[in-house]
Design a protein around this ligand. Structure first.
Ligand code: SAM
Length: 206
């Protein structure tokens, strides 16, 4: 998976490659999917949700430009796989998942792997964490726009990676905040399940 799908597509950051070699991806999917866990596509994790394609996990991780001391907010815990990779590369990861059963399953896998610097919360991540402030924000569900609360919760010199666009097709955007100013850079097309909630696709969910 790492050499064929990730290195060959140009991601050569040794720490990211090593994290992806270390974390057993098959533990983050159910037994019926285990034989496909290292294949080059996303997989179902139940509840209508997915674990992202390995390359997308590597790409989003590399776009965060991690040095090791960051406090990260992830929106969309899903299986917990992306959070586990980030945990190896940053200080602390806070991750929000709206579906409790997925959050609980992710927590138990992370506990099994003895990963202690990921904190999973159940709730509407489209509003972030009230009063929170993060070095990096990664949104692993598709948003119609940049969620205003997440922009506010991004620290100066911070980076946010987020898929933005239509419900079934988006552009991966890197948002950087410098001296209070926001810049946006497009990093290619992608397809994520929708971010649900205020600032997402279904404002009834709060
Ligand atoms: N990062 C995940 C992983 O490593 O498995 C994949 C995430 S999956 C593509 C998107 C997740 O976002 C789903 O689990 C979905 O329930 C969650 N989600 C959607 N809207 C949300 C919201 N407003 N707050 C928190 N989680 C949300």
């Amino acid at each position: 998976m790492v050499s064929e799908q990730i290195e060959k597509r140009g991601i050569n950051n040794k720490k990211i490659l090593s994290a992806m070699l270390d974390i057993p991806r098959h533990l983050f999917v159910n037994e019926a999917q285990r034989e496909y866990a290292y294949n080059d596509y996303p997989l179902s994790i139940g509840e209508g949700q997915t674990i992202s394609q390995p390359y997308i996990v590597a790409l989003m991780t590399s776009l965060l430009e991690l040095k090791g001391d960051e406090i990260i907010l992830e929106i969309g815990t899903g299986s917990g796989y992306q959070a586990a990779i980030l945990a190896k590369l940053a200080e602390t990861v806070y991750s929000i998942e709206k579906i409790e059963v997925l959050a609980k399953r992710a927590m138990s896998v992370l506990m099994m792997l003895n990963i202690k610097n990921v904190h999973i919360m159940v709730g509407n991540g489209s509003i972030g964490v009230q009063g929170g402030s993060f070095d990096r924000i990664i949104v692993t569900a598709a948003s119609p726009d940049l969620p205003e609360p997440l922009i506010e919760q991004l620290k100066d010199d911070g980076i946010m990676v987020i898929p933005v666009g239509e419900k079934y097709s988006q552009m991966l955007i890197v948002v950087k905040k410098k001296h209070g100013e926001i810049t946006k850079e497009e990093k290619g097309g992608c397809i994520f399940v929708p971010l649900i909630g205020k600032y997402g696709f279904d404002s009834q969910f709060n």
